[in-house]
Design a protein around this ligand. Sequence first.
Ligand SMILES: [Fe+2]
Length: 333
Amino acid sequence: MKNRRILLVDDEKRILEIFSLMLTDLGYSVKTSSRPDDAIQLVSAERFDIVFLDQFLGPITGLELMHQMSAIDPELYFVIITANGSQELAVEALKKGASDFISKPFFVTDLLKSIEYIGKKKDLAVQKKKILLTLETKVNERTDELKKTHLDVLSSLAQAIEKRDLGTYGHCKRVSGYCELIAAAIGLDSRERHYLGIAATLHDIGKIGISDSVLGKKGPLDDSEKAIIKSHSQKGVEILKPLKHFGPVLPAILHHHEGYDGSGYPHGLSGQEIPLHARIISVADTYDAILSTRPYRPAARHEKALSELMENAGRQFDGEIVRAFVHTHTTQL
Ligand SMILES: [Fe+2]
């Protein structure tokens, strides 16, 4: 308690001298000021715990000075010294943020009571802050665990799909890796990269809802089968929609087959209308699809896959993303 730093502000210098001496004798660190502007300077330059403010300071009231000092140091505690019997002012002071008030004339015991009261109040506030911080940390940890569990479950489902969709095993993981390369190349921040990673891993989750006869068909698909395959982007959204954590990734999943020139699906969006993450996944997804062995065509070579992407830059794909990907890819592989 004795290590509290105290500032006394009163326009009566005699009062300041008396109480400063008394509190200093009791072991407190005390500064005094008889002028509001000097008091402001003191609060700006040094750290205090408690400020005793006389309400009548001449050019400014104690409450006005309290307002200015709070803006400088929000941690300060204030005690307003009111004129004898001014209960209305005392109530107003408490409403405006003062912790306590003292009526004139007062004695050193009144100051000590206020110091003790504020000391307890401050200790409680510190404890409360610590408890809240601990709770917040636990809630965040638990939320992260839940998010990870959701993601693990959905990643397992995505992998199960890859095993059904012949020749695509590891596709989601690779697409996620290519997206990370593009994200780094175009300077996405960590939050964006986090959601892009999830969207890339789960972009084909909607294939869970496609029948084996269509998904595993060897040979070309007819129009109705193509339409069924195309429905996977919408189905992916339906699967993930109930999981609130994945709200930010839904646009990328819904639009990862849109074409930059408007030729894609499901909405025929074009250019910048297509969410950025969807444009990135589109490039990464296609690159991996070209490289992968499919039932109806041999795996293409790396250079061939890149040149195919370049040929379609500005048409099927966002040209800037293709160039970023090709550049990063050629410098890293
Ligand atoms: Fe897809």
